[in-house]
Design a protein around this ligand. Sequence first.
Ligand SMILES: [Zn+2]
Length: 414
Amino acid sequence: MLLRARVVLPMVQPAIADGVVEITGRRLARISRWREFSTSEKRDVIDLGDIVLMPGLVNAHCHLDYSDMAGMLPAPKTFSDWIKGILALKSHWNYADYARSWLNGARMLVRHGVTTVADIEAVPELLPEVWDATPLRVFSFLEMTGVKSQRPAEAILQEAFQILESLAHRRNRGGFSPHAPYSTTAALLQLSAACARARGRWVTTHVAESLEEFEMFMDRRGAMFDWLKSQRDVTDCGGISPIQHLERQGVLGDNFLAVHVNYLAPGDAELLARRGASVTHCPRSHAYFGHQPFPRAALAAAGVNLCLGTDSLASVNKQQKQLPELNLFSEMQQFVSTMPEVSAAEILAMATVHGARALGLAGSVGELSAGAEADLIALPFGGMLKDAAESVVQHRGEVAAVMIEGEWVVQPKL
Ligand SMILES: [Zn+2]
């Protein structure tokens, strides 16, 4: 099958005017100009017309579990208050609530052009069922905490490990998500990192998200330290940044995706880069909590692979009284509003190739290249080639078409 479009944005080579993407089965075979295909090759053509055709977006951090919590938690005074708020909400939810919420979130992602998601899974019992109910490519990271439950780290890891080993799916994968430095023990971080390394698994953790977390580890003070000091052994706090804490437990590596990373101590950015770790920034969640500016320039200068994520809808503000949706284009637009110096091409890379690299999926998703999965999206575009990336970043509403593994999951209107 050949898909012809006004502009093809492969992400790993320059944009192509009047481009064609050739698909064989579930993979891409060739990406080229229309005029470079011979007449005899021009069979089975779908001419999409005034469209930008590009790889499906990679959402590098999400919590599909909480999609139906959109608008339920007004922006809190402190980060710890928000954690308490979501824990209270969760205590009223049952399996069916989570399953519905997860699938609603997955549908939102697909209609807004995400084809791969790095998702945190707090209710792993959902997985075989919800994985089969969506065409989305899902990388599910099993959430582990253990501070409140006081369960031994070995037991927590063993349970997650067994679930991961039992999950088999051609398209989807599983990894570990020790929740955050403050909500886990040092032992759990160490065990997760060691097990992931031995088994070729990926790890993701929220880290240095709030000033409270940074103060807890650096200075043994603040709202989070005061809240947790009676629940958690805090001898690991004091004189160490949250990033350094993860380094000490052996977590940082090229199989590690650090989420948020808003508060850095000197040397943290270089340390992340040296270890080959990736970082996901979630612009709307960042704005909701009112964190200090994301240290993009320091991380980029150090050479850290930077990705974009939506986070959960439990931490996104309403827009004009409308409930927010999971939408990576909205995240890009929020990003542009706070960091206008970053080019549209760089932002699109964060939402595609960088996310793929972070998940060990480079060459397979997040790009249009021979041999990659046929995961692509189409967006209306009638302008000039040079304006295509900018137009994609500013896209509003649903996308015009979505293909995953060579199958249309949102049909193009021709
Ligand atoms: Zn999160």
